[in-house]
Design a protein around this ligand. Structure first.
Ligand code: ZN
Length: 297
């Protein structure tokens, strides 16, 4: 009987692993890398965004994605005619596995310095075991990686004359980061530059508790203030070129359809950005009101 129970438990365990072993196919389907600005390229998959910032002193990679993604990202970098080992700095949008599980492998291969926003540092250094939602079937663990530089809100990361600014847009994770930079877009008049925004993430799901209820604390103290601050920050960011950690945030595949004719300017979309932020804020406020109403009953 004991052997039978162990067997059943083992089967359940395997089934639970299998249930999460296959990510959304769009997360792993490769696409050809493409240029967004003079010094910015897309090197991610169909849905999981990864960006390469190219400078004369080496390159910056934003997002290592899934544990299986580094070989795909590397192939995209090499397809651009660039050297994989020129990646000197690894940044991320947030510490969830779909943006961070590949970090250990990227760092092993490139020796890039790993820079992470405060709030996500312990999550990255424990491979998500200290995520505020952990343990959860939605928070897959990954190989922990050492953080070389802890970033704070509005810190800048500079390399070879290119400057990226880290905006702490927490709530989705405690160190969720929106990256901004200014750059010239190919095809636009010389001497002009655009504000580029790479949104870190604003979503939540049913495991996020914004209001304490009997027997259930909030997900973490200050989560509501973090989300509210995030929407205020995002509303204020000047944005010409709208990008994000997931292609879906900025409707990437639709825009890419027009890329062969129109080039990188397909990503110029201040109105789309404003709509995205307003929609995300509304979704959050509705859920907050719902949880407050439930708690008040
Ligand atoms: Zn996430």
């Amino acid at each position: 009987m004991r052997a039978f129970i162990s067997c059943v438990l083992l089967l359940l365990f395997c089934a639970s692993i299998l249930a999460h072993a296959e990510p959304d196919p769009s997360w792993t389907t490769p696409i050809a890398p493409f240029r967004i600005a003079d010094d910015l390229y897309y090197v991610g998959s169909q849905e999981l965004a990864s960006y390469l910032v190219v400078t004369p002193k080496g390159n910056i990679l934003i997002n290592a994605n899934l544990a299986t993604s580094p070989s795909q990202i590397r192939a995209s970098v090499q397809k651009l005619g660039l050297r994989w080992t020129d990646v000197k700095i690894l940044l991320n949008s947030q510490a969830h596995y779909d943006h961070m599980a590949g970090a250990a492998e990227v760092i092993r291969q490139t020796h890039a310095k790993n820079m992470v926003m405060e709030g996500d540092v312990s999550v990255v250094e424990t491979g998500a075991r200290t995520d505020f939602l952990s343990p959860s079937p939605n928070i897959l663990t990954y190989t922990p990686v050492h953080v070389d530089r802890i970033l704070h809100d509005e810190d800048t990361v500079s390399l070879g004359g290119v400057v990226l600014t880290a905006h702490k847009t927490a709530g989705h994770t405690r160190g969720c980061t929106t990256w901004t930079m200014r750059s010239h877009l190919p095809g636009e008049p010389a001497g002009t530059s655009r504000n580029i925004v790479i949104v870190g993430g604003t979503s939540f799901w049913s495991e996020y508790h914004f209001v304490a209820t009997p027997g259930h604390a909030v997900s973490y103290p200050g989560i509501v203030q973090d989300f509210q601050h995030t929407f205020a920050v995002l509303r204020d960011l000047p944005c010409d070129v709208f990008l994000g950690a997931h292609g879906q945030y900025f409707d990437m595949l639709t825009k890419l359809g027009r890329y062969p004719q129109d080039g990188p300017r397909v990503f110029i979309g201040p109105a789309g950005y404003k709509d995205f932020v307003a929609g995300a804020q509304k979704t959050f406020e509705q859920e907050l009101a719902k949880q407050q109403a439930t708690a008040a009953r």
